[in-house]
Design a protein around this ligand. Structure first.
Ligand code: DQA
Length: 147
């Protein structure tokens, strides 16, 4: 069975209360429910994780090797700074979709640079929580074309 890791980075545990004007009022637990409903509909397995720590995120990416077929990564602010996360994705060679709730390209210039984009197969941003099911669907379609 196809298996997808959904990985969330720093401050995303605060979704729902964190800057609702930017990120909305949906909590991370509700995002997880959305993801599980989509995974159930598509018949794929899903692991959903969040960490505020760069090293933990890297360990989760390493642990995905041989376990998950695809990764959906919202790396939060590490997107714009972490060469280590970029290297981790490149190292495991698991197709990864970069995801953001907000449209990072319509925001501050420092959010326009992404290290994750350099190793991701694609990018979804600006659709709020709806981006997560979109990313799962995109990943499943991509894996069906080139497993
Ligand atoms: C974010 C965008 C990042 O720039 C920011 O640091 C986040 C959330 C998003 O989902 O829109 O923490 O990844």
């Amino acid at each position: 069975m196809t298996s997808i890791l959904i990985l969330n980075g720093p401050n995303l545990n605060l979704l729902g209360s964190r800057q609702p004007e930017v990120y909305g009022v949906t909590t991370l637990a509700e995002v997880e429910s959305l993801c599980r409903a989509t995974a159930g509909e598509l018949g794929v397995a899903l692991e959903f994780e969040q960490s505020n720590h760069e090293g933990v995120l890297i360990d989760l990416i390493h642990g995905a090797k041989g376990v998950h077929d695809g990764i959906v990564l919202n790396a939060g602010a590490y997107t714009h700074s972490s060469i280590a996360l970029m290297d981790a994705i490149a190292s495991v060679e698991i197709p990864t979709i970069e995801l953001h709730l907000s449209n990072v390209h319509a925001r501050e210039p420092f959010r326009h640079r992404s290290y994750i984009s350099k190793v991701a197969i694609g990018l979804i941003c600006g659709f709020g929580p709806a981006g997560y099911p979109l990313a799962i669907r995109a990943m499943v379609e991509k894996l069906e074309v080139s497993p």
